[in-house]
Design a binder for this molecule. Structure first.
Ligand code: ZN
Length: 248
């Protein structure tokens, strides 16, 4: 049996109705992946609000460890979102696997920005997963807590004139945080992962995954030391967004 077939079988047997009104895995709506002309047909999971499709899986050696990389596409009300998953080791057997849901930060992750702690958190998560020998990194395209790259740069401009990260988003007409974590929850369900140890400082993320039917058995802090350029940003996240940033 192909690894991809196994993933589908596991998903089929574990699907439940999520509390976030997604109905995942309803009988008859899945189209199991199969091969034709040497190409793996993507799986499609249709729900009332989200259609999740695994489009690719490949070998992924990295400087943190030797992962598998998986590509997912989610479509909600005609809007498409992509997500990438790095998977290491056996993720479905006990104890619950270590999971990091990381929102894309091009400026931090790629351009090494020190306005935020995103890249440091990403590296800490990958190091932690590698150290345990198993785990998942779900990388969501939710730049700027969901407002998009260019709006994030507009928010930076406002911050340069005195706004904090929450005020800047609000001045642009957005909520402080637009992320709902529906797609990460659907991906975990797809992979047959029902219980996780979540690496996060964000109580809202934990609640969202729990609401979507993923049991968070433990929160693992994802703390990096503040530096001069991230101090105000992290203070705002702690005071206004309830992030748990004190050392434990
Ligand atoms: Zn960032």
């Amino acid at each position: 049996m192909l690894a991809s077939d196994a993933a589908t079988a596991s998903f089929t047997s574990r699907m439940t109705k999520c509390c976030c009104s997604m109905y995942l895995g309803a009988p008859g709506v899945q189209r199991p992946g199969d091969h034709y002309n040497g190409i793996i047909r993507p799986y499609t999971i249709v729900s009332s609000s989200l259609e999740l499709r695994k489009v690719a899986e490949a070998d992924f050696p990295s400087r943190f460890g030797h992962f598998r990389i998986l590509g997912f596409e989610g479509i909600t009300d005609g809007e498409a979102e992509d997500a990438v998953v790095l998977k290491l080791g056996d993720i479905t057997t006990p104890p619950p696997v270590l999971v990091r849901v990381h929102s894309q930060c091009l400026t931090g992750d790629v351009l090494h920005s020190l306005r935020c702690d995103c890249r440091a958190q990403l590296e800490l998560a990958l190091e932690s997963i590698a150290m345990e020998g198993r785990g998942l990194l779900i990388y969501e395209q939710q730049e700027g807590r969901g407002i998009g790259l260019l709006n994030k740069l507009r928010a930076y401009e406002l911050q340069d004139h005195g706004a904090d990260t929450v005020e800047a988003n609000e001045q642009l007409g957005f909520e402080a945080d637009l992320r709902a974590y529906v797609m990460p929850a659907a991906i975990l369900n797809f992979l047959g992962v029902r219980r996780v140890r979540l690496m996060s400082n964000n109580p809202g993320k934990i609640q969202a995954l729990e609401n979507a039917g993923v049991q968070v058995t433990e929160r693992i802090p994802c703390l990096v030391d503040p530096i001069g350029s991230t101090e105000k940003y992290l203070l705002t996240k702690r005071k206004k967004m309830g992030h748990l940033l004190d050392p434990v």
